[in-house]
Design a protein around this ligand. Structure first.
Ligand code: AMP
Ligand code: ZN
Length: 298
């Protein structure tokens, strides 16, 4: 996680317990959520709000970070001041014994944070940032956006995301049927427009247990020829029943009004490495990759 203590050479930042004050001095466009902050103006950012500097290139949010020393809160806490009398020495002792830590607000740079918190936390919110990034967008309409997968597991790997905030498959219900069908149509359209679509086959589907927040449909060519495909988990997530076909999701929504994921999906990720084309079992990822070259010569 990256904590910034300044914003730019010209913008100033003050830490005040549960909020952060930002004084905009420079000329670069700055906004809090969608509200633009004019030069010379001071704004307060509260937890949950998003500060963008330089045309939305640098999104920041406030997070509360444990500070066991109590020294880095940015402003002196009242109980550290000479006149403070809120805590008796006994209470202070108890606090110390319980190893209570202070929580201080810090501005977190999302771009940096993603690199360092691969397991959960801000990392899992990365799609929400990528889907807003014009450089990642391949197609968009009023309902969905298609982005390049940042770590493609094949020669062509895209994600179709609805603009509507839907955290995962579990949150889908009957009313999302048309949206999910539209996501599938857009995926088919993307495949049709791909110059390799005559030589490569594609699959469209969802991971049973996604790692990233915001529902996303994978559109992936079946060569799996990519340096980002690094381990058994990656392989099995696209070649076993862990990968739920988009049509199956649509059917579940139409018949049951919800998507059910079979129990034990995570176990599928531990299955032996098996070629999806000829079912040959391979002992390692490098051996599998070598084998795949016979099915998908460059
Ligand atoms: P899953 O949540 O398992 O369905 O897969 C999430 C997909 O998102 C993976 O294929 C990742 O390579 C991809 N991914 C992870 N972070 C980002 C990001 N910040 N922008 C775009 N794609 C990402
Ligand atoms: Zn094979």
């Amino acid at each position: 996680m990256s904590v910034i203590t300044y914003m730019s050479s010209t913008d100033s930042l003050t830490c005040v317990l549960s909020l952060i004050l930002v004084l905009k001095l420079g000329t670069n466009p700055t906004s809090v959520d969608s509200v633009v902050v004019g030069t010379g103006n001071e704004v307060r950012i509260k937890p949950g709000q998003r500060l963008h500097i330089v045309n939305q290139l640098y999104p920041y949010t406030i997070q509360f970070k444990e500070d066991p020393t109590g020294k880095n809160s940015g402003t002196k806490r009242p109980r550290e001041s000479a006149s403070d009398d809120r805590e008796s020495p006994r209470e202070a002792q108890k606090m110390k014994a319980a190893k209570l830590t202070e929580k201080v607000p810090v501005l977190v740079n999302h771009g940096e944070a993603q690199k360092h918190t691969e397991r959960g936390g801000l990392w899992s919110q990365g799609l929400k940032i990528s889907m807003q990034d014009p450089k990642m967008q391949l197609y968009k309409d009023d309902k969905v956006v298609v982005i390049k997968d940042k770590y493609p597991k094949a020669r062509h790997h895209w994600l179709v995301l609805p603009w509507q905030s839907i955290p995962s498959l579990k949150a889908l219900c009957e009313e999302h049927c048309d949206l999910v069908k539209h996501m599938q149509q857009v995926a088919d359209q993307m495949v049709q427009q791909c110059p390799d679509s005559s030589s490569l086959s594609f699959r469209t589907g969802y991971h049973a247990i996604p790692s990233m927040s915001h529902v996303h449909l994978h559109v992936i060519s079946q060569d799996f020829d990519s340096p980002c495909l690094k381990n058994k988990k990656h392989w099995n997530s696209f070649t076993t029943d862990y990968f739920i076909e988009s049509n199956d999701v649509i059917q579940m929504l139409e018949t049951n009004g919800r998507v059910t994921v079979k129990e034990g999906a995570t176990e599928l990720l531990k299955l032996p490495l098996c070629c999806h084309m000829c079912h040959k079992e391979l002992s390692t990822i490098p051996a599998l990759k070598e084998h795949l070259k016979s099915h998908f010569p460059r």
